[in-house]
Design a protein around this ligand. Structure first.
Ligand SMILES: Cc1cc2nc3c(=O)[nH]c(=O)nc-3n(C[C@H](O)[C@H](O)[C@H](O)COP(=O)(O)OP(=O)(O)OC[C@H]3O[C@@H](n4cnc5c(N)ncnc54)[C@H](O)[C@@H]3O)c2cc1C
Length: 455
């Protein structure tokens, strides 16, 4: 018998990781603190509890990156996706789930597995020995959060996400926007043109402030403290403090010249910064917000250049414990400084039930492979799972790292296809066809290939 794999946290990621490892013949202990220790969002003692919405989002595996992730997990005998399908509710193209029977099924199937046992306890340290996966999610217990912080450093662990919206570059109108760093700062041309700028005249700015003030906002959940206020204010709160505040903050127009209208000084400028190495995604600098999603798209499309913006993700501020994966983890999701410890799920900086389960699937397989003496290379970045793991462990900017949903902006482009709106259907189909073929190859790689993979 191989060594035991300890998995801390029996949520979406931990449950999937346990299943995958156990199916590969490894003995697993799941350490789950509920129901002994609760969180403000979980209501039950079941594993894989859906804490809020009951949706796994789009199930379209040809035109949608989340649907593709569903497909990849199904192809890999995923427990979470299979249980979700067993308890599917009618919801058009989305995979909506009857949450209580879903969680009961996951719990039951894990309990019944001969290689799995469940220990109901809180783990509050990072153990020095043994093989561990930490999948404790956005609401990691305070004691464990402190232990992770002591190991990684305060800078590398966040307790809130303050997410600025992220836009697909190809949807930005570059006949209005331009690339320039403030005061042309930087030693190289790339640095001098690192920001994408969208100019506003006075009238547009005033209308934008009115829309921000009027927009529908979400409140914090009970138990979520609003400690974020010191560090990063939501833009609508800045606007509430004074109509000019944004013009003197993230939207200040200084040090920038609009090449489309060099003689006209912009009244305000929205800046976007590259968000991934591929240059396909840009985040709106300083635009973290508590506006509801519908309001965000409406308000942000008032910005010149973003009228047709497509958002890879919208903004938000939530209680969310996550580590700075680009600096802390290697490409096998091991803590670089302590390779006996892996992280999985939302704590690694992915966001959502589906993405978290996918990272659990991957880490469960990788950890089990290590224990049975194989090596599994990470899946290629052309797959949805591979694109996500490549992003969080390397592709993302470490300095501004914030949690990410899966989206096609994370995929390497397919060459020779039409860009823009017109070519979108063909492009997405090409992405998903390529991903499926590459995922199947990765899943069925031979033992020899696994053994030859770099460690
Ligand atoms: C308020 C809120 C609302 C959300 N709404 C949505 C939504 O609508 N849709 C969506 O897709 N995502 C939503 N999310 C994100 C969602 O929670 C995650 O995407 C998903 O559940 C993460 O999976 P996970 O396995 O990483 O963490 P979780 O599913 O949270 O699982 C982590 C598990 O670890 C346990 N645990 C924590 N600390 C310890 C410890 N020290 N020892 C032992 N066990 C521990 C917890 O009890 C929990 O069971 C929401 C998150 C929050 C906080």
């Amino acid at each position: 018998m191989t060594e035991t794999l300890h998995i801390v946290g029996g949520g979406m990621a931990g449950s999937e990781a346990a299943w995958q490892a156990a199916q590969m013949g490894v003995r697993v202990i799941i350490h789950e603190m509920r129901p002994k220790v609760g969180t403000f969002a979980h209501k039950t003692g079941d594993l894989a509890e859906m804490v809020c919405s009951n949706s796994f989002r789009s199930d379209d595996d040809e035109q949608n990156a989340v649907g593709l992730l569903h497909w990849e997990m199904r192809a890999a005998d995923g427990l979470i996706i299979d249980s979700a399908h067993r308890h599917r509710l009618p919801a058009g193209g989305a995979l909506a789930v009857d949450r209580d029977p879903f969680a009961a099924t996951v719990t039951e199937r894990l309990r019944a597995h001969p290689n799995i046992s469940i220990s109901y306890e809180e783990i509050d340290t990072l153990p020095d020995s043994g093989n561990w996966v930490f999948a404790t999610g956005p609401l990691t217990s305070t004691a464990l959060g402190q232990a992770i912080r002591a190991e990684t450093g305060a800078e590398a662990l966040a307790f809130f996400d303050a997410i600025a919206p992220i836009v697909h570059f190809e949807s930005i109108d570059m006949s209005q926007a331009w690339m320039q760093s403030r005061y042309d700062k930087g030693d190289t041309e790339e640095e001098r043109t690192a920001y994408l700028n969208c100019p506003m005249d006075r009238e547009t700015y005033e209308a934008f402030i009115d829309a921000l003030l009027a927009a529908d906002k979400t409140e914090f959940h009970e138990g979520e403290t609003a400690g974020y206020f010191d560090g990063c204010l939501p833009i609508e709160v800045m606007a509430e403090r004074g109509r000019e505040t944004l013009r003197h903050g993230p939207m200040k127009p200084v040090g920038l010249t609009n090449p489309h209208q060099p003689d006209i000084k912009a009244h305000a400028v929205v800046q976007l910064r590259r968000d991934n190495a591929l240059g396909t995604l840009y985040n709106m600098v300083g635009f973290q917000t508590k506006m509801r999603y519908g309001a965000q798209t409406e308000v942000f499309r008032m910005i010149p250049g973003l009228e047709n913006a497509r958002f890879a993700r919208l903004g938000g501020i939530h209680r969310n414990t996550f580590i700075n994966s680009p600096t802390l983890l290697d490409d096998r999701m091991r803590l670089k400084a302590r390779p006996n410890i892996r992280f999985a799920g939302q704590i690694t900086g992915v966001e959502g039930y589906v993405e978290s389960a996918a990272m659990g699937l991957l880490v469960g397989r990788m950890a089990a492979a290590d224990l049975i003496g194989h090596q599994i290379a990470p899946p290629p970045p052309t797959t949805a799972t591979g694109a996500l793991v490549t992003h969080i462990t390397g592709g993302a900017e470490a300095k501004t790292f914030q949690p990410m949903n899966v989206n096609f902006g994370l995929f390497p482009p397919v060459e020779g296809l039409k860009g823009g709106r017109r070519g979108r259907r063909d492009r997405y189909k090409a992405y998903t066809d390529r991903a499926k073929a590459d995922w199947q190859r990765w899943l069925h790689q031979t033992d020899d290939e696994q053994a030859a993979a770099p460690t």
